[in-house]
Design a protein. Structure first.
Length: 300
């Protein structure tokens, strides 16, 4: 993970923070994300985003105030997927905890703030945050700077997922493969080839006891041919950042890939499902076409 990847994680955190700060009825309430940024940094990202109105909506350039342009871009382009996947993930996690899940593994944690917000959960469950050493070190420095602290049940596992196997790193950090666990893998699959996704699923499966769960998001088979402007913008931004999106799946191909590694799809949300569950009645925040979310259960 390099600086571009870290910026992607930071932009997601900014979108969650801005949404929580400005929405009367937040889709997802991330009360800690803003505290990971300095006031100067938050303002700098806000300016960077609102100055992008010429790219995101050229027909609105010059017609919106700075605050209106910022709100429009965050609500339409930056926030929908991070908000929906975070809400889906944490809802699924809490349901799993009621049926015996004891460990929570956040793969590619970035600036995820779950362990800073959910003290009751963390006090009775072990949480493992996996990320590139540089990004993880930056996050820990931000936490220290903000005067925040973690429960001892939170374990930080530095791992370069492009060259290291999490199935070796996690047990060395105290993870118990015999306990029912929940894995989140958000905002990653798009950037990997099918072969790379298969290797990741294989690594996760090595760590799973029966009944463990995995939540992830992915692009469907129409992603790369989409004519939707928001989707085209997303693909263009990824390409410009040197991190092109590589994979998309129809439901049958995805199900077969998961089954190969012992996972069965338990719940799958299409954009229509996401709209109904999280964005119903909202004017500007709408799900991205061709972006789906899945909950899979390990049943070898």
């Amino acid at each position: 993970m390099d600086n571009r990847s870290s910026m992607t994680a930071l932009m997601s955190a900014f979108a969650r923070a801005y949404h929580f700060k400005t929405e009367k009825r937040p889709v997802f309430s991330d009360s800690a994300a803003e505290r990971l940024m300095t006031e100067e940094e938050y303002g700098g990202i806000a300016k960077y985003v609102r100055d992008g109105i010429d790219f995101f909506a050229p027909e609105l350039a010059g017609k919106l105030s700075d605050s209106e342009a910022l709100g429009y871009i965050v609500s339409t382009q930056l926030a929908p997927t991070p908000l929906a996947r975070a809400a889906f993930c944490e809802e699924s996690l809490k349901t799993a905890a009621m049926t015996g899940t004891e460990q929570y593994v956040i793969i590619g944690a970035g600036y995820d703030t779950f362990a800073l917000r959910e003290n009751a959960f963390v006090s009775t469950h072990t949480v493992f945050e996996l990320d590139h050493p540089l990004t993880q070190a930056d996050k820990l420095e931000r936490i220290k700077r903000a005067g925040l602290s973690y429960n001892d049940n939170v374990k930080f596992v530095p791992v370069d997922l492009s060259s290291e196997d999490m199935s070796e790193k996690l047990p060395a950090s105290g993870f118990d493969c015999g306990r029912k666990s929940f894995f989140s893998w958000l905002g990653v699959s798009y950037y990997l080839s099918e072969e790379e996704i298969g290797r990741t699923l294989q690594s996760i499966a090595k760590l799973c006891s029966e009944g463990s769960s995995l939540v992830f998001d992915f692009g469907d088979e129409g992603l790369f041919d989409s004519t939707d402007r928001r989707v085209k913008n997303m693909l263009a931004m990824a390409m410009a950042a040197g991190e092109p999106m590589k994979s998309s799946f129809d439901k049958l191909t995805l199900a077969r890939l998961l089954e190969k590694h012992g996972f069965l799809i338990y719940e799958l949300l299409t954009p229509a499902d996401i709209e109904e569950r999280y964005f119903c009645g909202r004017d500007t925040i709408k799900p991205f076409p061709h972006i789906d979310m899945a909950l899979a259960v390990y049943k070898p």
